[in-house]
Design a binder for this molecule. Structure first.
Ligand code: CMC
Length: 435
């Protein structure tokens, strides 16, 4: 029997039967619940999308209570253990793990697109020496739309695939250039002999040596971190990607918007904020006072809490393990001790227990990045590189979804009723008006 929801409108006494599909009712079905012909019908009010599904998606599944994360059905733990970033990227985009031949072709396609137009270098040189690399990244990704004007052909499958290859391949190059710019070092061209992450390390850290040899343990650790960040269903930046993309703009412009959403400290900027927080706390003795401040509403424990996870973020568990492997090569990050103690105290504290606040992906990732030699300001950029595949996969799914249209939420208007224009000399200033 089809599942339905019966609603009685006590304004009119009428009853309505709404279909339930996949645990949801269609918000549009509520429109028929009205008190008269002039009434536009009932709507839902859901600021911050706390309980609204805006799409159907086959890409990523999260069970926040159980701490489960699957890409196309595959558990994140297995992918982190056995896959590579490029293989996972293929899976996220195309829905299946590639065969050896498919992976070879895919890797070749991405590798062949890693270089950026020389004018992009010139464009990047215009930034201040101390420009935040994430600001440079966002602007440069947006500028790609002026270089690849065929990106506008979003309904042409071949063109769309070309833009996807370009984006996945070029974001590490742009990120590395942004970093080299910020430290005043010459840009390093991609090395196509290296892996995706090996080449990225090359573009960041190569000095005068003829051939850069990445440390294999660090290269693998970065690959695992990229796998963990590849997609995370309808988070703030992905919703931005879908929403901007729904206007049918090119993917470079949409992705610049998604990256901008990621930059905020409540989202991908949290890894940077965690490091700054740990530094500010300074020593284990200062933790109780810091926790007290947070509980009093003065700031947040960055890297804790999640809209969906109400248990330990599975990515954070894997990152904690990866941290040990990295520290074996680099030596321990001195801030680790503070982070571990902070986590221990928070997980025993009533405030965090009742609110189900656990470490998220950003709590430990920054410690690893820092130990690997990344500047703190680069952390959100690293997140953006890895998430690019998720953004483009979700963007393409949105474009091909017949249910989708241009995104346009409703509002509840709470402003003034219609009134007549007042001549300047008859106006009286409002008490709270800006001077
Ligand atoms: N420290 C202290 N209190 C917190 C924290 C935190 N990190 N996170 C949530 N709370 C409290 C919050 O004050 C609220 O308490 P009350 O009910 O008394 O008002 C309650 O927990 C629920 O929080 P919320 O803000 O309503 O939850 P949300 O789902 O809107 O926010 C969040 C989710 C991730 C933005 C939030 O937990 C947060 O700000 N965390 C710190 C920033 C962070 O680590 N962000 C990275 C998220 S994971 C990576 C990614 O995908 O971006």
């Amino acid at each position: 029997m089809a599942e339905t929801l019966t609603i009685t409108d006590n304004r009119t006494g009428k009853q309505y039967e709404l279909a339930i599909t996949d645990g949801t009712i269609r918000a549009n079905d509520l429109k028929k619940i009205k008190v008269g012909d002039q009434d536009g019908g009932l709507a839902t009010y859901d600021p911050a999308f706390m309980n609204t599904a805006a799409c159907r998606s086959q890409i990523t599944y999260i069970d926040g209570d159980k701490g489960i994360l699957l890409y196309r059905g595959y558990p994140i733990e297995q992918l982190a253990e056995q896959s590579t970033y490029l293989e996972t990227a293929y899976l996220v985009l195309f829905g299946e793990l590639p065969t050896a031949e498919q992976l070879r072709k895919w890797t070749h396609q991405i590798t062949m697109h890693t270089m950026v137009h020389e004018n992009i270098k010139k464009f990047m040189e215009g930034f201040q020496y101390d420009a935040h690399p994430m600001g440079v990244f966002i602007s440069t990704v947006g500028a790609l739309s002026t270089f690849y004007t065929d990106g506008k052909q979003i309904f042409d499958e071949t063109s769309r695939q070309r833009q996807i290859h370009r984006l996945i391949a070029k974001v590490p190059t742009i990120a590395a250039y942004a970093y080299r710019h910020s430290i005043g070092r010459p840009y390093v061209y991609p090395d196509n002999d290296l892996s995706f992450t090996g080449n990225f390390l090359n573009m960041l850290f190569k000095m005068t040596e003829l051939k850069y040899q990445p440390n294999t343990a660090l290269e693998r650790a970065l690959d695992v971190l990229f796998i963990l960040h590849a997609d995370h269903e309808q988070n703030c930046s992905t919703s931005a990607m879908r929403s901007i993309g729904s206007s049918q703009v090119d993917p470079y412009s949409a992705l610049a918007g998604a990256a901008a959403a990621l930059y905020g400290p409540l989202h991908g900027g949290a890894n940077e904020a965690v490091l700054r927080m740990l530094k500010e706390i300074g020593s284990v003795d200062h933790i109780p006072a810091f926790i007290k401040r947070v509980k009093g509403g003065d700031g947040r424990l960055m890297g804790f809490g999640h809209r969906v996870y109400k248990s330990y973020d599975p990515r954070a568990k894997i990152i904690k393990r990866t941290a040990d492997e990295v520290f074996e090569v680099t030596g321990k990050n001195p801030l680790l001790e503070i982070a571990l103690e902070l986590e221990r105290i928070a997980l025993e504290d009533e405030y965090f227990i009742t609110r189900k606040l656990y470490p998220n992906v950003d709590f430990y990732s920054g410690l690893i990045y820092q130990a690997m030699g990344f500047d703190v300001a680069m952390f959100p950029v690293l997140f953006a590189i890895a998430r690019t595949v998720g953004w483009v996969a979700q963007w393409e799914e949105m474009l091909l979804d017949e249910d989708q249209k241009i995104a346009r939420p409703k509002q509840i208007y709470t402003g003034a009723a219609t009134r007549d224009y007042v001549a300047m000399d008859l106006r009286t200033p409002r008490q709270d008006a800006p001077s």
